[in-house]
Structures are given as C-alpha cells and as structure tokens.
Design a protein. Structure first.
Lengths: 532, 218, 128
C-alpha cells in the first residue's frame, strides 16, 4: 500500500504521465473523456436525423446520405460509446477500489484496451470522409458485401473495438476472482461488482463471435469468399445468426453495468439495505446466461425457421424474469426508506421508470406474432432507445454523478443537477413516446421520408430531441464547471457504506489506500432495520 | 542454472508471486476461451454448409491430400509434446534442455507451415479456391467452391495462429538464453504452452473435418 | 511459488504423446470405412455423413481430451479454470445447436414456397 498522501491526479504530472499511465483511475478518466466525446459525436448525428425528419421529404440530405446518418449514429453509439462506457469509465475507476485492491490484475493490458478503443475511434472517424457508409450499424449481408470501402473500414474499426472490450472483460474477471481484499467474500461484494463481473463474462464469451463475423464480412468484401453472398453459394441469414449471437448478449453488456450502478445508488439514497441481495446478484448472472439463448428474436422475419423462431420467442420471455426481479427488489428497497432526492438518485428513479417501459416493450416485441407486424418499425426504435438510453445512459449519468466527488474531489451544483435531470427526462419522453405510437401505426425505421399521417409524431419527437440535447448539455457544462469552481468534496459526501467511500480518499491516492483494508461488514448495512 | 530473481519483480498490485501466477493462468484460460469461440464461428459455418451441401463437401474434400494433412497432424502433436516437455523443464530449471525442446517445437511449427505452403500453392495453381476466385476444372457439384472458401478461412486463420505461436516461442528462447526463467518464475513459458496446445487442439478437429469427409483410399 | 503447483511427470507426457499418435493413426484407419449408411436416429435432412462424422468426432474429442487434461494440465488445475473451459464448450454447443435448428428446419411447419434462383457457380461452367 502507498504511504504517500498525494492523490492520483497530483502525483505525476504532464501529458506523458497520462499517456503511459497504468493507473486504473487515470485510464478510467481517459475512457470517461473519450466516451463523452463519442456520445457527443453520435448525438450530433441523432440531432441531424431528427432535424431531417422534422418534415416529410428531403430537406437537408439526400436519401442515401440519410442512410449514412443513421448508420454512423448507430455505429458510434453502440461500439464507441455504450459498450465501453460504464465498464471502461466507471468500472475501471471503481472496481479495484470496491474490491480493496490497488489496481486491476493486468494494468498494462488495461492501457492496451484503452488504446485499442482509441484506434477504433480514429478509424471510425476516418470512415466519415471515406464515402458513403450505409447499411445500418447491423451491416446485413448481402447489402454490405458490394466492396464499399467505408463499410470495410467501419467493420474493421468495430473489430478493433471488440478486442478492447474482450481485454477489459478478461481483466475484470481475473481481478474479481483474484484481487479481493481480506474478508471480501463473494456475498459481501457490492452489487456493482457482481454486475461488472457478469458483464465481463459476456464480453469475453460473446465478443469473439462478432470478431469472426466481422472478419468474414471483410473477407466477403475484399476476396468474395462466398460465405454470405447468395450469388456465390453463401447464406445471408447465417450472417444474421453470427451477428446477433454477439449483438444480443451485447445489449446485456450495455445494461448490466447500469443495473449495478442503480443497485449502488438506491440503497445509499434510501438509507436501507438492498432488498434481496443474493437474488439480485444471481439475477445478473442469470441474465448474462439466458441472454445467450435469445438472439433469434432479432430474426423473426428473416427467413429463419418457424421452429427456431418459436424457441427464441419462448426463451425471450424467460430473460424478462430475472430483469423484473431486479426492478421489484429495487422498488422494495425504496419502500419505507429515507429517500434523499439528490441528482444521482433522481437519475436512478428516472432509470426505473424509463427502463421498465423499455423492458416491457421488449417482451411485447418478443411475441412472435406481434413482431411480424412491428419489426423494422419505429416501435422497435423506441423500445431500444428506452432501454439503451432510458436505461444505460441514465445509469451512466447516475453513476457519473454519484462517483464524481470520488473521481474528481469536487461537488457539482445540485440545483443545476436537478434542472438537467428534469430536462433530460422531459426531453427523452417527448422524443421517444411518439415513436411507440407511430411504430404501431406502421412508420418504418431507417426511412428518410414519410406520409403526412406521421408528421405530427415526427415533429413532437424532433422537438423532444432538442430538449433532450439541451438537458445533456446542461449536465456537461455544470460537471465541467465543477472542476474549476466546485466545492471540494469530503471523503464520503453521500454517507455510503461501500469500501470506495469509507476507506479511500476523494480523490484517492495512487495506490487507492494508505493501509490494506479489511472487510468486516456487507456493503449496504445502513441503520434502518430491514424486515426481509 | 543461475536464477535471476532480480529480473522478475512481482507487480505491486499483487500480494504474492503465487497470486500473480494464478492470475496469469486464469487470464490465459479466459483468452483461450475467446480463441475457441473465434474458431467456433467458422466451425458453425462449416456445419451449416456441410449439412446443406454434403455431396459438394465430399467431392471437394476428396481433392485434398489427406497424407499431407495427416503429416501435419503428427507434426503438431509432436510439437505439443515437446512444448509440454519444455514447460516441465522450465519448472525444473533445466535451461539447456529447455532451449532444445523449445527449438524442436519451433522447428515442428516450421515444418507445418512448409507443408501448408505446398498445399496452398498447389491449390492456387489448380484454381481450387474460394467462390469468388475459383477457376478449377473437373468438378461437378456447383457448391464445391463453398468448401474451399471454408478450407482457406479455417486453415488460414489457424496458420496465422501458428505463425504467432512461432513468434512467441522464439521470444521464449531468447528470454531463456538471458536467464529470465527459473523454478520460481516460469509463467510465460507455461502460458505460451497453453496457447500452443490450443493451436494443436484446433488442428485435431480440422484434420478429420476437412480432409477425411469422403474417407481415405490407401 | 512452486508450492502447490503440479509439475507433470515425463512419463505422463510420453504416455499422452503415444496415445495421441495412436489415435491419429486410428483417425485415418476409421476413414477407410464408410459408416454413412447407418444414419442413426438423426432426421433425414441432416446430411452430415451419419456415423462417419460421429466416429471422427469421437476420436478427435478423445485426442482433444488428452491434450487438455495432460498437456495443458487441467487434470491437476484449479476448478475455476476447468469451469471456464467447460462453460465455453457449452456456449459453443448452444451456438451450433440453435443455428442448426434454424437451418435444418427451414421449411418444416411453414413450407417455403420459393423458387431457387439459378446462380452462376464457378464450377457449373465446367460441368462434365
């Protein structure tokens, strides 16, 4: 353990000390900056989409350029932002501290993961000037095997980003197994760790499959290898199987860490022990496992056999069960708690509301007969934005606000925090609720034009997008402002009982602790008696 | 053998050398899991297409030289043996024999790549390539190129892993020469060993699935 | 650090190596025989060569087991590493099974009324 009392931000200075750092906290901060940049970029494409869709007809972009808008929005948001965000930024920073360790198991590998992410970013940015990247972030064959250079490079960027994800997952699994502090048994771990662990398992197991898929897609484009191209004897539905075998578990990579953040915030701001700790822990693993069995629900209308589709529909209902259990447990934790509506808690409550809607509409789409009508409509778009943005992004914002004092040693303005949260909530619902409705009325996704019947919904959605954007910019501004004139944080401003708050300074010293912590109590043992 | 303990410092975040070793092993097994899934995708494609076009696969496979495939299998199995032996020698601190066994492993890998080279050049010459480049004469089933597409993908990816393995083994030989390993620290040897066995494992399945579909005639 | 760490005996290595050599010879010998007429209980459409592929995979799996257990040391290793390896195979098995459940049952329950579009295969040009 370190005997120095200088925090990790001060200990070494200069650009090189950051570029060559192996300190998980600095790497976490670099990820935070990076994914925020990616989110901004993806968000700009989103705003351009909503701007174009404000009125029917082509206003600003030609139809095929519109295709590249939604493709880039998807590729950037999925691969550069949402998959790395919570594990890379918050997980990297907090996981070792919550375990009582002084770093992850393989610090140099950690830095490698970050550099791979960065290379993926550069290649993705390069595709912006390479020509028309279209086909959607799902890159279905045979549309994407015509040798389009931008497609090949974008797919290669995703391949690199996949490696970044695999290595982070590998690092976390080993860290959780091997580097726990004395007394840190599995069932005394914070639920954030359980969530990150389940996520890491999925990262390690699912991502290689998309790796080989992307390699095959590149080979198909460059060499005409004939695996996916029906004109050469290949099977395009096989591409979808390969792609979704990863991409469905990928959505659990996206949401599980957010679940973990919520599990940290709700007990802290209710001053209550979490209801059903073990069930929540096991449900994270259950979601990870069952998540591998449901990929075909993205392929109900692809030509997949009815036998397989039926099996997938049933399995999809199954995956809703552990998820619902979590939601009930969080609600039960809130009940009779001593609720404090600070900004992290506001985002957690927003998460509960929005994610539940997203999750329920996912079950709706899992009904085979219903999906035949709703597939490729705005209903699907609204569903996944409710879970990905209403879920993961709200969880990400909640976590950033919760651990901000720990990471930076500063407090942000609570008033502006609340204003931002309310604006985001209002804007989000205005953007995506109309999309559910127009989806059921038949508005297809990935279309740049539409009949006048849908115009009112698009207009509401676009206005909502603007408000949502304002809310997010408000959050960005007050958070950055806090770095310059925010109040200095105490070690444990929220009164939390997890290790990173109780034993590590805000911000922590380079090796996290000044003496080796020993765990003697569970993570959520707040004063209020729990009759569970 | 002189042990150079000063050359290896246990990472500050580990509480003991044991913890560091066990972490490296766990990490390596996780990495091997990712490799198995990477190749698994190709095996899945193989199962799908072979079950769709069994005649094409039988016809195409008969065209491969099973004797070269069998030779490569024997070569890789031997290299796996010498690699496992090398790990044992590193644990015992026998530097001279360690370099010898690592060198034999490397040579076996080289033989494998040479055989592959001959196989590939023969196919390029004949035109029995993947669908987009197939120019060979004398085949009747229209789906034969699909087999060769999978053949090149699977053996190509495998071959790439063999070459990477050769690089890793060479690195081990150099480090052994510099006395980096001892009975107290042999982690890289064991981890590269695990990787090398995986390369062998994949070939153990590739051989019958690619070369022996339509049986052999002696 | 060698406390608790198992060093595989030379005898074990040689025995494993010999078994692997033997099984490789067996692989080739098994390929001399054609078992495909014994198509087992598998549905008629599956076309993977009946017992041929079963025999081939059984032998290959035995070889793989020997490598994993004795060369890679899982026989004496910590349970966690064994769990990782086995769960990995399980996931792979799930991937194969469900994908094939699509491919093999494509016009069961819901017959496909489609025309096969003729395509220019490189080999069709040179059909005998």
């Amino acid at each position: 353990m370190s005997t120095s009392n200088i925090n990790y931000l001060q200990e070494k200075k200069g650009l090189l000390s950051w570029l060559f750092t192996v300190d998980h906290k600095r790497i976490g901060l670099m990820y935070l900056g990076g994914v925020t940049l990616a989110f901004l970029l993806g968000g700009i494409f989103a705003l351009l989409i909503r701007l174009e869709l404000f009125s029917p007809g082509s206003q600003f972009v030609q139809p095929d350029r519109y295709n590249s808008l939604f493709t880039l929005h998807g590729v950037i948001m999925v691969f550069l932002f949402i998959i790395p965000a919570i594990p890379g930024a918050l997980g990297n920073f907090i996981l070792p501290i919550q375990l009582g360790a002084s770093d992850v198991a393989f610090p140099k590998l950690n830095l490698t993961s970050f550099y791979l992410w960065f290379i993926g970013l550069c290649i993705a940015l390069a595709t912006l000037i390479m020509g028309n990247l279209d086909g959607g972030w799902t890159f279905y064959a045979p549309y994407t095997i015509s040798g389009n250079k931008a497609v090949v490079w974008a797919v290669f960027a995703a391949f690199i980003l996949g490696f970044s994800s695999i290595l982070t997952g590998l690092n976390f699994v080993v860290t959780v197994h091997k580097l726990r502090a004395p007394g840190q048994s599995w069932f005394k771990l914070p639920l954030f760790i359980w969530a990150l662990y389940a996520t890491a398992l999925v990262q390690v197991i699912a991502t290689p499959v998309v790796g080989i898929t992307l390699v095959l897609l590149i080979m198909e484009n460059i060499l005409k290898i004939g695996i996916f191209d029906p004109a050469l004897g290949g099977d395009p539905v096989l591409f979808q199987h390969f792609f979704w075998f990863y991409s469905h578990p990928a959505v659990y990579i996206m949401i599980l860490p957010a679940f973990g953040v919520i599990s940290e915030i709700i007990p802290t701001f209710s001053r209550r022990n979490i209801f059903g700790y073990k069930i929540i822990a096991f449900s994270s693993v259950a979601i990870a496992v069952i998540g591998f069995l449901v990929w075909g629900h993205h392929m109900f209308v692809s030509g997949q056999s009815t036998v397989a589709s039926t099996a997938f529909a049933f399995l999809t209902f199954l995956v809703g069960v552990p998820t619902a259990i979590k939601v009930f447990n969080w609600l039960a934790t809130l009940y009779k708690g001593s609720i404090e509506l600070k900004t992290p808690m506001l985002y957690a409550l927003i998460f509960l509301f929005l994610f539940t809607i997203g999750g329920l509409t996912g079950i709706t789409l899992g009904i085979l007969s219903v999906d035949v009508h709703l597939h490729d409509t705005y209903f699907v778009v609204a569903h996944f934005h409710y879970v990905m943005m209403g879920g993961t992004v709200m969880g990400f914002l909640a976590g950033v606000h919760y651990w901000w004092p720990k990471m930076t040693g500063r407090m942000y303005s609570e008033t502006w925090g609340k204003i931002g949260a309310f604006t985001v909530f209002a804007g989000f619902n205005l953007t995506f609720m109309p999309q559910f409705i127009m989806g059921t009325l038949g508005m297809p996704r990935r279309y740049n034009d539409y009949v006048p019947e849908y115009e009112i919904f698009h207009k509401l959605s676009s206005i909502g997008a603007g408000i949502l954007g304002i809310g997010l910019f408000i959050a960005l501004f007050y958070l950055i402002a806090s770095l310059f004139n925010g109040k200095k944080a105490e070690q444990n401003p929220w009164g939390s009982k997890t290790l990173e708050w109780e034993e590590a300074a805000s911000p922590p010293v380079t090796h996290n602790f000044t003496t080796q912590p020993v765990i003697t109590h569970g993570p959520y043992e707040y004063g209020v008696e729990v009759k569970a | 053998m002189s042990t150079n303990l000063a050359l290896h410092k246990v990472g500050h975040h580990f509480r003991s050398a044991e913890e560091e070793f066990e972490s490296a092993k766990l990490g390596t097994w996780l990495f091997l899991a990712t490799e198995i899934l990477l190749f698994g995708g190709l095996f899945c494609a193989y199962l799908v297409f072979r079950s769709m076009y069994p005649q094409a696969f039988a016809e195409a496979s008969a065209h491969l030289n099973w004797k070269m495939g069998a030779l490569n299998t024997l070569v890789l199995i031997t290299s796996s043996f010498t690699m496992a032996w090398a790990v044992r020698l590193s644990q015992l601190g026998d530097k001279k024999k360690l370099i010898l066994t690592l060198a034999i492993t490397l040579i076996c890998a080289g033989i494998f790549m040479v055989v592959k080279y001959f196989e590939y050049t023969h196919k390029i010459h004949e035109g029995t390539l993947w669908a987009g480049a197939f120019t060979a004469q004398g085949f009747s089933d229209p789906r034969v190129p699909t087999f060769f597409g999978l053949y090149f993908l699977m053996t190509g990816l495998h071959g790439l892993h063999v070459v990477i393995g050769m690089g890793l083994i060479l690195w081990l030989i150099i480090k052994t020469g510099k006395n980096h390993f001892s009975p107290e620290y042999f982690t890289p040897v064991e981890m590269v060993g695990l990787y090398w066995h995986l390369v062998d494992l994949i070939w153990i399945f590739l051989f019958p699935l690619l070369y022996l579909i339509s049986g052999v005639k002696l | 650090m060698s406390s608790g760490h198992h060093i595989i005996s030379f005898r074990t290595l040689v025995l494993t190596f010999s078994s692997l050599l033997f099984l490789t010879v067996l692989t080739v010998v098994a390929a001399l025989f054609d078992f495909s007429h014994l198509n087992l209980w598998l549905p008629w459409k599956i076309n993977l060569g009946g017992l041929n592929i079963v025999v081939a995979l059984l032998i290959a799996s035995s070889k793989a087991a020997l490598v994993v257990l004795f060369f890679m040391g899982l026989r004496w290793d910590k349970p966690l590493n064994i769990v990782i390896f086995l769960s990995n195979l399980l996931i792979l098995f799930i991937f194969f099974t469900i994908t094939l459940a699509d491919v093999w049952f494509r016009d069961v329950a819901d017959p496909i009324d489609a025309q096969i579009i003729p395509f220019e295969s490189p080999t069709q040009k040179v059909a005998p």
